[in-house]
Ligand binder design. Structure first.
Ligand code: 26Q
Length: 822
């Protein structure tokens, strides 16, 4: 052997159940320090995880070595969030160890399934963007792309949601309280990250240069996580940074004799990676958030430059060695940091450094809402990162010079394109900085990318059209089909053989089976089994009793006004009102169970009110005997990846009902379609592409299109007109306003009602009639089970496009140009 691998074999240890038992017991005894007979479930879970880990270890070490040795171009994926979900099952599947582990544990009298339940999922993300990052690292490993994911090891992930009298109450998510068996701390690879202080100029052999004299430091300690490819012998790395106080930092204060201040300072430093910010749309410009962002990107850039480049690497070759993909603007402060390293530390000429930087970054935008675009007040940024602010100013000056050179002194245009906004306070527009610096800018679905070019970044598209591209999102079929829906996966493999899991377009081969009544029966059986399994979970988790034989109608996603959970509530209330008013006989109501899952940002008052309303409507509707058990509303608290994996495979109907032009893509929509739910949805985000692929007849489209929304807004939207003119809508809103869901107290939901009637920013009332009509088409379609199942099968067969493997291939072709690792 030419390299000193401590673990000699590159192949996994002998994969027999007996060997697995030996390894498991060894880990139980020597890592956990307990005998099997005395072990807790947590001990057994840890020992199992360690055993699985050990099987992947040799591959991981090999891949780490290879990525460094080959020096071929790789991807550094920079994301403030990774919403990973549970790791055990994923790693068993990727390692091809699931059957062996099951058999081995059974021989010790242990149920694998019991141990699975023991894992606390790392919820290091808010929703779509964080889950996308997790899907992408899975696909990068499965496709064997040289890559590393960088992020933050939050001590507390997304809060745990509870309901107290129907209202959301947040609890800390202490996912690390029992430790994590999947992480490897690497304190010897720590980076020192500086903050604050001032800049100064100095004479460097006749050249006047600027440099940063920081005020304080923290240590960034990396934790490595394995990211195994699907049964391909590849294991990539996710590297998450944790903040600890530096010795120097402490010492200065200790030496001053102020012990308490020193301890306070330590707490201050360690706060940086303490908690994930739970806002995901209207971010507040909080200093700690900017600290988090700089902390993790500075650590990541230095980690890459220090550890991944060959001796004597010529920095001008960096664009052939690395591309930093910016997952939204959260890591954009990496751009001035990279410039600072090249110019201040490596003493490169500004122009040369900028030429490199412009090729080393690419930016993915995930929004269209103006209030979601990150801006940082320059006074805050300048206080925390004074040198970076100078660099941003210079980037902006040179950019605006180029704009002037192209368009002349068009001051309006200059003001609109400036990276620095002047109002309401002088701020840095991070999306503009990312667009100016990035080699490519992509949206996350066709419609979204188009709207970016036409609207949000229109002037930039005019200035550098070649930068703009689209990469439609995708989801990993390993987690969201194979693991979440083993029964359907088995049925698919029976029908078309294996291979589809890494080549998801092959699901097309299922199309003819839609006409096969035997296959339809089996498909229907799988759906029914998934519903029963969900019912068990909901009973065990939250004590819900769910009836069989209902259409399962699901809306799971973060709570946002633009996503329009209110529209779904109005549908439920209308159905209820129809029956209790006597207009509709209960017997004519298609039995439905409506499942909601949604967390609201803790400071988002209207979103929390809507959660309260959903719970209130549920408790009234579910207990009203006049409905005859035909309408049930279930809102399990704390919707997370683990629950998603249970809910999605059971769903009949997927609610994707955002106002057109507001949902950048959506990824839940893809997961549902792949699991054979039909979508009721607007022409928004990736719904557009789903509908194109599955066909109009297998998709329930409703609502205004984006151009219609824009026209209506331009004309002046008046929601009360819809209220006046639609008796059904009026009855539903009046019922809410009457206090029917708040024990007669009309004040509780009054803010929701008046918001709908007098503001309704997301045009719920305008789309109400169309939505109700579409739901009637759903009821009619569901009555014909054969036809419904046929459509469901075609949804599965035609949505293989939405594999994140395809997304990653698109990133490679359109943005990264990375060759596959040999
Ligand atoms: C920013 C600054 C300060 C605090 C928080 C944030 C922040 C955090 C998370 C801002 C936004 C997010 C998350 C956004 C997100 O999840 N967007 C979704 O991304 C998905 C993947 O592309 C899309 O499918 C969804 O349409 C989009 O809403």
């Amino acid at each position: 052997a030419t390299h000193p691998l401590a673990l000699a074999p590159v192949t996994a240890p002998e994969s027999s159940a007996d060997a697995f038992v030996a390894d498991f017991l060894h880990s139980l005894n020597f890592d956990r320090g307990v005998a099997l007979s005395a072990s807790s479930a947590n001990d057994r879970y840890f020992a199992l995880a360690h055993t699985v880990r050990d099987y992947l270890m040799a591959r991981w070490l090999e891949d780490l070595r290879r990525q460094k040795q080959s020096q071929s171009k790789g991807v550094c994926y920079l994301s403030a969030e990774y919403l990973l979900g549970r790791q055990l099952d994923n790693n068993l599947l990727a390692g091809g160890l699931a059957d062996i582990a099951e058999e081995a544990l059974a021989s010790c009298g242990i149920s694998l399934d019991d141990l699975r339940q023991h894992e606390v999922e790392p919820g290091l993300g808010n929703g779509g963007l964080g889950r996308l990052a997790a899907c992408f690292i899975d696909s990068l490993a499965t496709l064997g792309v040289p890559s590393i994911g960088y992020g933050i090891r939050y001590e507390y992930g997304i809060f745990r949601q509870t309901f107290v009298e129907g209202q959301q109450v947040e609890q800390p998510d202490s996912w690390l309280s029992l430790g994590s068996p999947w992480e490897f701390a690497r304190p010897e690879d720590a980076q020192t990250i500086a903050f604050g202080g001032r800049t100064e100029t100095y004479d460097d052999e006749g050249v006047t240069r600027s440099r940063w004299v920081p005020g304080w430091n923290v240590q960034a300690v990396p934790y490595n996580y394995m990211v195994p490819g699907f049964q391909n012998g590849r294991v990539n790395t996710l590297r998450l940074w944790s903040a600890v106080a530096t010795n120097a930092f402490d010492l200065r204060i200790f030496n001053s004799g102020d012990y308490e201040e020193a301890v306070r300072a330590q707490t201050f430093a360690e706060n940086i990676s303490k908690v994930l910010y739970p806002e995901d749309s209207t971010p507040q410009g909080k200093e700690l958030r900017l600290q988090q962002q700089y902390f993790f990107v500075a650590a990541s850039i230095h980690d890459f430059l220090d550890n991944m480049l060959a001796e004597g690497f010529d920095l001008s070759a960096l664009p052939d060695r690395v591309i930093f993909q910016l997952n939204d603007t959260h890591p954009v402060i990496a751009v001035p940091e990279f410039m600072r390293v090249l110019v201040d530390e490596k003493k490169m000429e500004w122009d040369a450094a900028w030429a490199i930087t412009r090729q080393c970054f690419a930016y993915t935008c995930h929004t269209l809402l103006p209030e979601a675009l990150e801006v940082w007040p320059v006074d805050l940024l300048g206080r925390l990162l004074p040198r970076h602010l100078e660099i941003i100013y210079r980037i902006n000056e040179e950019f605006l010079d180029a704009v002037r050179a192209r368009y002349g002194d068009d001051e309006m245009r200059i003001r609109n394109m400036s990276i620095i906004a002047e109002h309401p306070v002088r701020s840095v527009r991070m999306a503009y900085l990312a667009t100016v610096a990035g080699a490519r800018v992509n949206g996350v679905a066709e419609l979204h990318s188009q709207l970016l070019r036409d609207k949000v970044l229109g002037d930039f598209d005019d200035f550098f059209p070649e930068k703009f591209t689209n990469v439609t999102n995708g989801v990993t079929p390993r987690r969201f089909l194979r693991l979440a829906n083993p029964e359907l996966s088995g049925l698919i493999t029976e029908a078309i053989g294996d291979g589809w899991l890494t080549d998801l377009e092959r699901l097309r081969e299922l199309e003819p089976f839609a006409e096969d009544s035997g296959f339809r029966a089996a498909f229907g059986e799988v759906k029914a089994a998934n519903k029963r399994r969900l019912h068990e979970v909901l009973r065990a988790r939250d004590g819900f009793e769910v009836s069989d034989g209902h259409l399962l109608d699901v809306m799971v996603k973060r709570l946002h006004e633009y996503k329009r959970q209110m529209l779904k509530v109005l549908h439920v209330v209308s159905t209820y009102e129809g029956v209790v008013s006597g207009r509709v006989p209960a017997a004519e109501v298609q039995p439905r169970t409506v499942i909601f899952g949604a967390k609201a940002a803790p400071g988002y008052t209207m979103a929390k009110r809507i959660i309260h309303l959903i719970n209130a409507v549920g408790s009234v509707v579910n207990s009203d005997p006049r409905l005859d058990g035909r309408l049930t509303v279930i809102f399990p608290p704390n919707y997370d990846v683990t629950l998603a994996e249970r809910v999605i495979p059971a769903a009949d109907l997927s609610e994707q009902i955002s106002l057109a032009g507001k949902e950048a893509s959506g990824t839940g929509n893809m997961k549902f379609a792949l699991n054979g739910a039909l979508t009721i949805g607007t022409d928004d985000g990736a719904n557009v592409e789903i509908r194109e692929l599955v066909g109009d007849e297998n998709f329930f489209l409703f609502g205004m299109s984006e151009p219609e929304v824009s026209e209506s807004a331009a004309r002046g939207y008046r929601p009360s007109e819809f209220y006046q003119e639609d008796a059904g809508l009026r009855a539903a809103i009046d019922l809410i306003a009457s206090g029917a869901f708040s024990r007669g107290d009309r004040s509780v939901f009054e803010p929701i009602v008046s918001n709908l009637l007098y503001e309704d920013r997301f045009m719920v009332l305008a789309d109400y009639a169309s939505y109700i009509a579409a739901q009637e088409r759903v009821d009619d379609a569901y009555a014909d089970q054969e036809a419904w199942t046929r459509s469901a099968i075609l949804n599965v067969a035609r949505t293989g496009f939405f594999s994140s493997d395809r997304s990653i291939r698109d990133y490679i072709d359109r943005i990264w140009h990375t060759p596959p690792l040999a």
